[in-house]
Design a protein around this ligand. Structure first.
Ligand code: FPP
Length: 238
């Protein structure tokens, strides 16, 4: 009997290649990001229909501030628009949104729209959508260490109580399961500081497609590849 296909509960995506996609078409890089934002919305819907429970995307890294001002502004404006326009869709589709990363460096109006969207969708029980903004895996671990150090200093946590679960609980992703599958698009085979702690046992899938060309079919291919992997978590074959 053919085995049933497993759907990963949590899929994380490094959306790469917006700039290359635009350049190939003689368009400004920002058009690549705009098309990328449309694809994010479509893939969220597709992931939901496929039964994926958590989707996490890398929208803006702690290193992306070094890009030209106009590009940073264009990316922030796309995120601003997304936060403002997706409330009705989230309500309709029962989507919960969370932003991971250091939000304190974002413009106050963007921080406010994020807080509003997070609050309004907090009770939704469908797919959980995490958007990483001003996110870096090392930065997240540094912030977690600082929080834990503060708790040790004020006596609420003892040094012996620091274990993997406690660290997990101080990350931006607290309460979320680790990604089962991490996808990176556009042929690059790097992690680029994304979810460093959380991907310890994730399966990796590198897609040749630029993010604006990513599709439901390519997501299906990634899940097929995931189904051919044997996850051992450091143990022996069962
Ligand atoms: C990488 O392509 C992509 C980014 C740095 C930005 C990703 C952002 C979006 C897809 C849009 C906003 C998202 C949401 C959630 C609405 P690149 O610019 O590094 O491409 P390149 O390597 O080809 O230059």
């Amino acid at each position: 009997m053919e085995q049933e296909r497993k759907i990963p509960a949590h899929v994380a995506i490094i959306m790469d290649g917006n700039g290359r996609w635009a350049r190939k078409r003689g368009l400004p890089r920002t058009m690549g990001h705009a098309q990328g934002a449309r694809v994010v919305e479509q893939i969220l819907e597709d992931a939901d229909h496929m039964g994926i429970r958590y989707l996490t995307v890398y929208a803006f890294s702690t290193e992306n501030w070094t890009r030209p001002d106009a590009e940073v502004k264009a990316l922030m404006n796309l995120l601003r628009t997304y936060m403002k326009t997706s409330l009705a869709k989230c309500a309709k589709n029962n989507v919960r949104i969370r932003v991971i990363g250091d939000k304190t460096r974002l413009d106050p109006d963007l921080q406010a729209s994020i807080a509003h969207l997070e609050q309004e969708t907090a009770g939704n029980t469908g797919i959980s959508f995490q958007i990483a903004i001003n996110y870096g895996g090392r930065d997240e671990l540094v912030r977690a260490c600082r929080k834990i150090a503060g708790e040790i200093a004020d006596g609420s946590v003892s040094p012996e109580a620091v274990d993997a679960d406690l660290i997990d609980a101080h990350l931006d992703t607290a309460g979320l399961p680790d990604p089962d599958l991490l996808i990176r698009t556009c042929g690059e085979e790097r992690i680029s500081n994304f979810l460093l702690w959380q991907i310890a046992y994730s399966e990796l899938y590198f897609s040749p497609l630029a993010w604006p060309d990513f599709s439901k079919e390519e997501l299906e291919r990634a899940i097929d590849a995931y189904n051919h992997r044997e996850r051992r978590y450091g143990g022996l074959v069962g």
